[in-house]
Design a protein. Structure first.
Length: 351
């Protein structure tokens, strides 16, 4: 419960990262979610990824909307900046914050209701503009917080807890992100931390809009037979296209691999992701092929997971707008108000 304070004392033998922080230093308050909720496993994966990357907590801004998923930033990175926005409005708040201060690492956490219903327009523009952020949708196919109504990501024909079949077509967030131009698109499963942690690490290092759809079962309202977002269903239908090994810039690549089966992808900060192909012929650098693969395999009831698409040299919103390298909120009066002569010259250039 959030009103029970976590003990501040850490066991002295807990492993520390490069900065001298233990995993506990990346935790937040005690979760109030239902025991077994997939969202808590995603929080644990975020904590693990940030600890392994030795990210300074004060460099992170975590933002969310409304929903059980959007409550989770309270349960991780307790020493980072946080903003809990209005329902579905996280993307525009991140966009503004990122434009004002490009030096922070932006982590947006949302739900399928928050992003695929009320926030769909916001999601779309954030992806197409290439806001440099990690955008995680904790996808359970229902509005968990308001007691389990179907969300827009619920598959047609999947059954509610009371046995009623969903008659509407579903929105596929991964397909949308690909279509909208996101430069990093992945899908994970909250029940597979080994796959999810390296995906989150790679997304953090990606310089652009990185979208991760994480299927995250709601144990209270969508974990029964007939649901396509239950733990059992996802385990049975998971079609992992690749597996990632994340290697920091300082570590030498020691993994042995046969050429052709593993593809090294160099990221912005010099780190490397070794992309192990689990599926013959899957090319994570081909946007159209990824969309075709998804369409074919999803129509057979499979759930492709892994790093589905990554652009090698992505451009983010700051590159599109050609902004200065320094964070705009650091510019002083001299830079912002260069004087009447400069204004005159600028006005003349427009005449
Ligand atoms: C403007 C507005 N409309 C509706 C609601 C009611 N509401 C709260 S959370 C939610 C949906 C949450 O679903 P999702 O984003 O999937 O999160 P989950 O709880 O499933 O993690 C809704 C419709 C609200 N809070 N604000
Ligand atoms: S209602 Fe569902 S989504 Fe919300 S905390 Fe419980 S299990 Fe998680
Ligand atoms: Mg939901």
């Amino acid at each position: 419960m959030t009103y029970i304070a976590k003990p501040k004392l850490h066991h002295p033998t807990l492993p520390k990262n490069r900065l001298g922080y233990t995993r506990r230093d990346y935790e937040g308050k005690i979760s109030t979610l239902c025991a077994g909720c997939g969202h808590d496993s995603i929080s644990a994966a975020i904590i693990q990824a940030c600890w392994e990357l030795a990210i300074e907590p004060h460099r992170v801004a975590k933002l969310s909307g409304i929903g059980c998923s959007s409550k989770t930033p309270d349960y991780f990175l307790g020493n980072s900046h946080g903003f809990n926005s209005v329902h579905g409005r996280m993307p525009s708040v991140v966009t503004g914050a990122n434009l004002a201060n490009r030096e922070l690492l932006y982590l947006g956490v949302s739900g399928d209701g928050d992003s695929a219903s009320i926030g769909l327009g916001q999601f779309a523009h954030c992806m197409r503009r290439g806001v440099n952020m990690v955008y995680i949708v904790e996808n359970n196919g229902v509005y968990g917080l308001t007691k389990g109504q179907f969300s827009a990501t619920a598959d047609r024909g999947s059954k509610s807890k009371r046995g009623v079949a969903n008659t509407d077509a579903h929105i596929d967030m991964v397909m949308l992100a690909l279509q909208l131009g996101a430069t990093f698109v992945a899908r994970g499963f909250s029940g597979d931390k080994d796959q999810l942690v390296p995906i989150i690490k790679a997304a953090i290092e990606h310089q652009g809009a990185a979208f991760i759809d994480v299927i995250s079962p709601c144990v209270a309202f969508n974990n029964h037979q007939g649901s396509t977002k239950s733990y059992d269903y996802v385990r049975e239908h998971n079609d992992a296209v690749n597996f990632l090994d994340f290697i920091s810039p300082r570590a030498p690549i020691t993994t042995q691999y046969d050429p052709g089966t593993v593809q090294p992808v160099t990221l912005h900060d010099g780190s490397t992701v070794l992309l192990k192909k689990l599926h013959d012929g899957y090319d994570a650098h081909d946007r159209v092929a990824a969309m075709n693969y998804l369409a074919q395999h999803q129509s057979k009831g499979e759930i492709p997971t892994g790093l589905l698409y990554v652009e090698q040299d992505p451009e983010d919103l700051h590159a599109h707008l050609n902004t200065v390298d320094v964070a705009l909120n650091k510019l002083g009066e001299r830079e912002l108000c260069p004087g009447s002569a400069a204004l005159e010259k600028f006005n003349a250039s427009l005449r």
